[in-house]
Design a protein around this ligand. Structure first.
Ligand code: TMP
Length: 396
């Protein structure tokens, strides 16, 4: 039974940055109710309103993994680890984005799968075999007909975006060698709850995984976890290492039982924990609004840093608009001169001078706080301050 614990009101599609400001309408289905539930049986956290893939992932997908040094560094380290630990003859990435990970691999060892054509073109141009498709059984069979099987399948921040998880894992199991390894990484619900980062929820994040829910989910496909790594990316993620249950060559590390026991101790198996999270989110909203109001009463100039999908949830939930935030700065070219969906706040292509005369910066990309603080030493030195809502609304 799926029980609701969070209602983030009416929200636009988060990664659909607008060319000009437009008031969005519920009737035209430009806004949808963002509510989140917990399945008491499977322990899986999911959105109630699921938007079709084809509306979300098209030829204009703006998010590029290579835009952040934190992500490219994390992928580089991972590629070294994968080669050393598993030495794959054939490596497949589901959701290869702009090739931030696969660029660390040999071209004849890699298969990219990427539904957004603007991104698929990037890896194709660089000479990597790229299927510009959604991940499903048809594609899995097509690749199987050509290559027979794949030894390592990897997917970061992608599987949780796909509605039909049964098909996802069936298609993976169909293609993986008997000794094959599946590695997935996604934001951890435990970190989300600890950090009160309710902005992990937007239309694309249909599911937020925990070790508890992943264990149950993959069991149906005779798969099991054998290792878990904690990552700082995306505000705290887990990297799950998965094998077939009948593969006895690989030992199960105690990282798995440790993570599960931490999650159980935290109450992730009980609905009450989720209900309390929902109550705390409401308080976080009110506190953040108060911070903005107080600063605007003092005529302070506030801008946003990192026009993230996460910020879109916060702005629309807390009803923060261009009266509060003058503009957002972001390094992503495809986001420049666009508007934050649902709120008339312009996004400007990042340059240092856009921080001149700014008193406060709202951290839309709070997950890159350290990287941003390092970059903006000058702003901090001259007395500039940051606003964040993570783990609770405050000025830094
Ligand atoms: P994400 O939190 O969804 O990964 O998105 C991060 C966004 O923040 C992305 O649009 C790039 C932007 N960004 C900057 O503009 N400057 C920076 O220094 C960093 C780290 C990110």
């Amino acid at each position: 039974m799926i029980k609701k614990f969070l209602d983030l009101g009416y929200q636009p599609l988060a990664n659909k940055y607008l060319k000009s400001y437009k008031k969005l309408s519920i009737k035209k289905k430009e806004l949808y109710r963002l509510t989140v539930g917990f399945d008491t049986k499977t322990k899986l956290v999911s959105l109630f309103n699921k938007i079709p893939d084809r509306i979300m992932f098209d030829s204009n997908y703006p998010y590029k993994s290579s835009m952040s040094k934190t992500m490219t560094d994390s992928f580089k380290k991972l590629s070294i680890k994968i080669k050393k630990r598993f030495n794959p003859k054939l490596f497949l990435e589901i959701g290869s984005n702009d090739g931030a990970l696969i660029k660390n691999f040999n071209k004849n060892q890699v298969i990219c799968v990427e539904p957004c054509s603007n991104l698929a073109q990037i890896t194709k141009r660089k000479g990597y075999l790229t299927y510009n498709n959604y991940w499903d059984l048809n594609l899995s069979n097509k690749i199987k007909n050509r290559f027979n099987s794949v030894d390592v399948i990897y997917s970061a921040n992608t599987l949780t975006h796909i509605n039909d998880l049964n098909q996802v894992f069936k298609s993976i199991s169909n293609l993986l060698t008997q000794d094959g390894i599946l590695i997935i990484e996604d934001p951890s619900f435990l970190e989300c709850i600890k950090k009160l980062s309710y902005d992990q929820f937007y239309n694309e994040h249909i599911y937020i995984f925990s070790a508890l829910s992943v264990t149950k989910l993959i069991l149906q496909f005779n798969l099991e976890l054998f290792d878990i790594e904690k990552l700082d990316t995306h505000g705290g993620s887990l990297r799950y290492y998965i094998k077939r249950i009948n593969n006895n060559k690989i030992q199960i590390k105690d990282t798995v039982s440790k993570q599960i026991s931490t999650e159980l101790k935290f109450g992730l198996a009980n609905f009450l924990t989720y209900k309390k999270f929902g109550i705390s989110v409401k308080k976080s909203k009110n506190d953040l609004i108060q911070i903005f109001k107080k600063l605007k009463d003092k005529n302070k100039k506030i801008i946003g840093y990192g026009a993230t999908a996460k910020a879109c949830t916060v702005l629309n939930y807390c009803k923060i608009d261009n009266e509060m935030i003058d503009y957002f700065v972001d390094t992503t070219p495809d986001k420049s001169n666009r508007f934050m969906p649902g709120k008339s706040i312009k996004i400007k292509r990042y340059k240092k001078t856009l921080l001149d005369n700014v008193d406060y910066i709202y951290l839309g990309a709070w997950n890159f706080k350290n990287e941003i603080f390092k970059k903006e030493k000058q702003f901090i030195k001259r007395g500039g301050k940051f606003i964040t809502h993570v783990p609770f609304p405050k000025i830094i």
